[in-house]
Each structure stands twice: as C-alpha cells, then as structure tokens.
Design a protein around this ligand. Structure first.
Ligand SMILES: Nc1nc(=O)c2c([nH]1)NC[C@@H]1CN(c3ccc(C(=O)N[C@@H](CCC(=O)O)C(=O)O)cc3)CN21
Ligand SMILES: O=c1ccn([C@H]2C[C@H](O)[C@@H](COP(=O)(O)O)O2)c(=O)[nH]1
Length: 264
C-alpha cells in the first residue's frame, strides 16, 4: 500500500487548501490513480487497523439492493447512520441503482446480474459497466454516489476492475473503498470462473480533511507491512449468495487503529 501512502504525502505537500460542502475544509488534488495486483495480496491498509468486517457487510448490503440502514444495524455496522433519515432511509443510493435502476416503461435494470452474465458470455465486451450515477435520482439520495461507476475487463483468464470515485476522503473512506472493490473483484471473478486481476482505483477530488492531518502524519510515520491474503471459502451459486463467513483473511497484522471524526 506504499502507493496509497505516497498519495497521502503528495496531497499534504501539494494539495489545494479549500472549503468544502461539510464546512471542515480539505487539502485536495484532482485526478489520481492507484493500481493493485490482486494476485499478490489483498489491498487492506496496514499502517492502521481497518475494520474489514464493516466493509464486507456494507458490500453485501449494496448487493442485497438495500438502501435502509436497518440491515446494517442487524449486523452491527453504523457507518451510514449520519446520513439516514429518522426511518433509516438513505433514498435511492447504491443498492437501488446497482440492482434495480428504474428505466423507461417501468423496466428495472439489475446491473450487477447483467454484468455477471455479460462477463461470462462476452468476456471481451467493452460495455461491462455498472453505474450508480443516476441524475434523475440524485435529488432523492442522502449523499450523491462517491464511487459512482466501475468497469471490468478480462485478459489471460484474469478479471480486472476499474473504479471511478468522483470524491475521495483519503483517510477514512478510501481504505474502505479500495478493500470493498477488491472484494467485489474477487467475487465477480469467482462467479465467472476467472482469477482476480488488477484493481485500478481512480480518484477525482482526492482530499484530506483538515481535521485528519495529525492522523495522516501518524500514519506516514509507520512502515507498511506485508499484505494479507483473502480466501473465499466456498463457491456460492450466484453473486447474491455470499455471506460474511465466506470470507477469510489471513496474515493481517496492521499497526494500531487511528480514530478520526467523519465529515458529514
Ligand atoms: N466524509 C465522508 N467520508 C466517507 O468516507 C464517507 C462519507 N462521508 N459518507 C458516506 C460513507 C460512509 N463511509 C464511512 C463512514 C465512516 C467510516 C469510519 O468511521 N470508519 C472508522 C471505523 C468505523 C467502523 O468500522 O465501524 C475507521 O477508523 O475507519 C468509514 C467510512 C464512507 N463514506
Ligand atoms: O464511499 C465513500 C463515500 C463518501 N466518501 C466521501 C468523499 C467526500 O469526503 C464525502 C462526500 O461529500 P461530497 O460533497 O458529496 O463529495 O464522502 C468517500 O470517500 N467514500
């Protein structure tokens, strides 16, 4: 994860200091890319402890098509609470757009199921895309999608995935986002009988919140450690059938966690 740390350092050195929607203020750079070869290890930040359980639960929640925090709560995950209304609703966020994008003539599009079948049927298709950016629904979402679009690519029996993140909270959100899409790449590859290839993360506005600067400095003083390995313990029948205990991570020995307030 050296490349992630290098990007943090570059934002500290060269970032544009600016106001933002939350009122906290950030240092920001635009248009950055990180690449991880998933065959060499699972990209989970080691310079602080990252809570993978929350990440897996959040991804399963997206895949269930959920947009209410109730299911997250049943699984003791609270990361979306600040944005939910009093009934727990977030509006038509990722789960809705991924699994039932409302198209014309009342037709719903299950983009994820369509992606899996397209990867299987036409691995060289250049249309292997899932988008959460639905302009007609943005007004009703608690937060506009940050990781808004991803594309997959098959070569040499390896499935690669590129994710575009328009807005990236480099300290809190991005370690979650990278691990989440690495998991999704493993799952999609397994469903298509392929090996996981590269994960390419592309960030638009890549920012460090001004109340995360000490935490980032603390992290940059630490030596990154070997990446853990991810194993999926069985082959579920479909992308809908994964459960928390299907995932096993070994060799994760991170530095201690570092707390930081989330900007709302
Ligand atoms: N400003 C901001 N940053 C984000 O990363 C973010 C948002 N807003 N809004 C929507 C979601 C919610 N996400 C979040 C929210 C909180 C944490 C967080 O507090 N992480 C803690 C551990 C929390 C836990 O596992 O329970 C951390 O130390 O990483 C992470 C991602 C990512 N997104
Ligand atoms: O998965 C996520 C979700 C959100 N973020 C961050 C990026 C920004 O700091 C905020 C969103 O604010 P906007 O004003 O809508 O850009 O949340 C993230 O990094 N990852």
């Amino acid at each position: 994860m050296r490349s992630y740390l290098d990007l943090l350092q570059r934002i500290l050195n060269e970032g544009d200091k600016r106001e933002d929607r939350t009122g906290v203020g950030t240092l920001s750079l635009f248009g950055e890319r990180l690449r991880f070869d998933l065959s060499t290890g699972f990209p989970l930040v080691t310079t602080k402890r990252v809570h993978l359980r929350s990440i897996i639960i959040e991804l399963l929640w997206f895949l269930r098509g959920e947009t209410n925090v109730a299911w997250l709560h049943e699984n003791r995950v609270t990361i979306w609470d600040e944005w939910a209304d009093s009934d727990g609703n977030l509006g038509p966020v990722y789960g809705k757009q991924w699994r039932s994008w409302a198209g014309s003539k009342g037709r719903n599009h299950d983009q994820v199921a369509e992606l899996v079948s397209l990867i299987r049927k036409d691995p060289y298709s250049r249309r292997q895309i899932v988008s959460a950016w639905n302009p007609g629904d943005l007004h009703a979402m608690a937060l506009a999608p940050c990781h808004m679009m991803f594309q997959t690519y098959v070569a040499n029996n390896r499935l690669s995935l590129q994710i575009y993140q328009r807005s990236a909270d480099m300290f809190l959100g991005v370690p979650f986002n990278i691990a989440s899409y690495a998991l999704l790449t493993h799952m999609l590859a397994q469903q298509a009988d392929l090996s996981p290839g590269d994960l390419i993360w592309v960030g638009g506005d890549c920012h460090i919140y001004l109340n995360h600067l000490d935490q980032v400095q603390e992290q940059l003083g630490r030596e990154p450690r070997a990446l853990p390995q991810l194993k999926i313990l069985r082959r579920p029948d479909s992308i809908d059938d994964y459960r928390l205990n299907d995932f096993e991570v070994t060799g994760y020995e991170p530095h201690p966690s570092i707390k930081a307030p989330v900007a709302v």
